[in-house]
Design a protein around this ligand. Structure first.
Ligand code: 1GP
Length: 233
């Protein structure tokens, strides 16, 4: 399945209709909304997205200030690649009562930053180290621990705008070690990247920057991957 990430700091509400037109055509299943530097509720963006798509809208919050009860659900991210307690439990406590009183579907997710050769926004803002990209065994152990803790999916994050995708060997090693869904994002720019990520075992691939800069990428992906992504839905 495909997910589109919309960062409200990067994409204005006025840009959403065109972006969603292309995403709908490609059969995008989820729209994730959030970003590292967003410090306000994202209601207006969610309303604009809802007007343009039937895809499920999930919050992907960089901080509790971004929460909105207008979405369908929320990835309750535990940054299990890091050792910063704020991103493991602190922000969750701050958000807990709002979430309990909302109608959002809460999806506990193990969020794992993978080193990509540059410092990602998520790495810098969370003040955590990413996992080494050439040591899949550490990623595997981290993902297994996340599943044992009861998390419902694992999100391998190469960093928004990463120069290269996460190594396929690391993706497949993690895929083989867990039974919960695997989400992969960061640096997917074309059909070859997408094919690599799916072939390695991702259940959901997330595209953000490439779509922001060129919404037509979804049409290109469909043309270059006939039937591929649709067959997986
Ligand atoms: C970032 O994984 C997402 O959180 C998407 O990354 O913006 O590089 O597509 P890109």
């Amino acid at each position: 399945m495909l997910a589109l990430l919309i960062d409200p700091e990067e994409t204005g509400c006025e840009d959403i209709p065109v972006l969603l037109d292309f995403a709908n055509e490609a059969g995008v299943s989820f729209v994730l909304v959030g970003g590292s530097l967003v410090n306000r509720p994202v209601d207006r963006h969610i309303e604009a997205i809802r007007n343009c798509t039937a895809a499920r809208v999930l919050l992907f919050p960089g901080s509790p200030g971004q929460l909105s009860n207008k979405a369908d659900g929320l990835l309750l991210l535990s940054l299990i690649s890091g050792r910063n307690p704020e991103f493991l439990i602190g922000n969750h406590v701050i958000a807990a009562q709002f979430l309990k009183n909302s109608s959002l579907e809460i999806i506990p997710a193990g969020y794992m930053l993978i080193e990509n050769g540059a410092i990602s926004s998520a790495e810098y803002i969370s003040n955590t180290k990413p996992l080494p990209r050439d040591k899949p065994a550490i990623a595997v152990s981290t993902a297994i621990a996340g599943e044992m803790l009861g998390l419902k999916l694992i999100y391998l994050e190469g960093g928004s705008g990463a120069g290269t995708i996460i190594p396929p060997g690391l993706i497949s090693a993690v895929r083989e070690s867990i039974s919960i869904p695997l989400v992969v994002g960061g640096g997917i720019k074309n059909a070859a990247d997408l094919r690599t990520v799916f072939d390695a075992g991702a259940d959901i691939a997330v595209i953000g920057n490439a779509a922001e800069h060129n919404p037509g990428i979804f049409r290109e992906l469909l043309q270059e991957l006939p039937g591929n992504q649709q067959n997986r839905m």
